[in-house]
Design a protein around this ligand. Structure first.
Ligand SMILES: Cc1cc2nc3c(=O)[nH]c(=O)nc-3n(C[C@H](O)[C@H](O)[C@H](O)COP(=O)(O)OP(=O)(O)OC[C@H]3O[C@@H](n4cnc5c(N)ncnc54)[C@H](O)[C@@H]3O)c2cc1C
Length: 431
């Protein structure tokens, strides 16, 4: 007996971030074959990545294997591969590991750091997007204290203890607060020649306030809270240059061994793959049902999409927005498969913006409710635990936070990838 050909529509989803995973999960009961393609084998919870960079959490606590997320979804296939090309005429996705035909395509590839044309700054000021970025930043921060401890030249010692964070959005604010706590509390008594509390932490923002997406009183609170932690907040100063010695901030050159980029994002590739114009940030302007103009079979969602929110605003690049879009396109696709009328246009529901500023301080702007201080901090913690993808992850993160809260120690302070301290001399012995 020959097997009947599989006539179920084939949905290919590129990107297993917030948008892609939500769409695939919602399609897992649909009468369709789903292929999820991602260039890495894990789904990353980016909102807690800064805690990996500042040694609060380990990578495995903020990332989960994509395969594990879909273990029980028999119609979902997971493919590890980097998409390099899309043939929209032949309806074919090409990756470095194979080719995948589609009837319906969802592009959910997120965004990358933007250096506003200064790619040469990237090696000196890594941004925070991937686990390797977080572990690299953690290495630079911890090694800077080590180098300061062993430096004999006072200028070099000073440079090692200067930390510059560029960009006053949530990531910059959270990084600055967390580095300040690391220096002032966690490491305070761990060194003998240097005083880690003497570290200078600068948060540089070109605009006139921190956290521009939040209400002005919350921005002012965040600034005060950071300054109480010892962070120098520098506003209205564009960064003009970044090199291996430090950064030119306005008219002043500040020597620093650790510079972190938290200033801008852009969407790579999607416009090129589809052969269409994008906005300056690389986002694809989609139709109200999140399809690409002229291609009802292709959806773009999440950070990669430019979606109108109000007359004056576009939907922000936030995790809840990507998840809402993932759920919406899954509903559109399910309606098409079932030959039901399509849902109305996508409507974004803004759930709020939050940022934490070290222990006991956070700002929360839900529009109808604004919180700050420790109430905001507890709210921030509960929201993040709620959104973690598994009970295991939530439990591990909670335990870690509880331990850090009680002891004020940061557990994930290991540095890997340094030059070997004890080079292998076995070859010498043999000869
Ligand atoms: C440090 C940081 C902190 C953040 N904090 C918050 C926060 O507190 N609250 C909040 O709401 N939002 C936060 N965000 C924003 C939020 O994470 C994004 O808006 C959200 O992840 C966007 O979801 P997405 O599905 O569009 O893309 P992503 O979640 O970024 O997923 C994109 C996926 O596509 C894959 N991919 C990319 N290119 C390719 C390719 N060529 N081939 C195959 N796979 C590919 C990637 O590997 C990735 O898995 C933060 C972001 C960062 C970087």
């Amino acid at each position: 007996m020959t097997e009947a050909p599989n006539t179920r529509p084939h949905v290919v989803i590129v990107g297993a971030g917030f948008g892609g995973v939500t769409a695939a999960k919602r399609l897992s009961r649909a009468d369709a074959e789903i292929t999820v393609i991602d260039r890495r084998n894990y789904h990353l919870f980016q909102p807690l990545l800064y805690q990996v960079a500042t040694a609060d959490l380990s990578p495995a606590e903020v990332a989960w294997p994509i395969r594990g997320i879909f273990t029980h979804d028999r119609n979902v296939r997971v493919v590890l591969g980097e998409v390099t090309r899309i043939d929209t005429a032949a309806r074919l996705v090409t990756t470095d590991t194979g080719q995948y035909p589609y009837d319906i395509l969802i592009l959910a590839t997120g965004s990358s750091n933007s250096y506003f044309g200064h790619h040469e700054w990237e090696p000196h000021a890594p941004g925070l997007k991937r686990i390797v970025d977080a572990t690299e930043i953690r290495k630079r921060i911890l090694v800077a204290f080590e180098r300061a401890e062993t430096a004999d030249d006072p200028d070099e010692q000073r440079r090692q203890l200067n930390f510059i964070i560029i960009g006053g959005g949530p990531t910059g604010v959270e990084m600055a607060g967390s580095i300040a706590e690391l220096a002032r509390v966690t490491l305070a008594k761990d060194f003998r020649r240097i005083d880690p509390k003497a570290a200078r932490i600068l948060l540089v923002e070109a605009g006139d306030r921190l956290l521009p997406a939040l209400a002005p009183d919350l921005s002012a609170y965040a600034k005060q809270a950071l300054e109480r932690l010892g962070v120098e907040v520098v506003l209205q100063q564009p960064v003009k240059d970044v090199n291996e010695r430090g950064a030119q901030v306005g008219d002043q050159f500040i020597p620093a061994a650790t510079i972190i980029w938290a200033a801008g994002v852009m969407v790579p590739h999607v416009g090129d793959w589809l052969g269409i114009e994008t906005d300056r940030g690389g986002r694809v302007a989609v139709e109200p049902d999140l399809t690409v103009p002229g291609h009802p079979e292709i959806f773009v969602i999440g950070d990669a999409a430019r979606v109108k929110w109000t007359d004056a605003e576009i939907v922000p690049g936030l995790a809840p927005a990507a998840k809402q879009q993932g759920a919406y396109v899954a509903d559109v696709i399910r309606a098409r498969i079932a030959k039901r009328p399509a849902p109305g246009p996508f409507r974004y529901r803004h759930v709020g913006s939050l940022a934490t500023i070290g222990r006991n301080h956070a700002v929360v702007d839900l529009g109808w409710l604004r919180l700050k201080g420790w109430i905001g901090w507890w709210f921030w913690g509960l929201v993040h635990i709620y959104f973690l993808i598994s009970v295991r992850a939530a439990t591990l993160v909670l335990l870690n936070w509880f331990w850090t809260y009680l002891t004020r120690r940061k557990g994930a302070r290991l540095v890997t990838g340094l030059r070997p301290l004890f080079p292998d001399r076995s070859g010498e012995r043999k000869s």
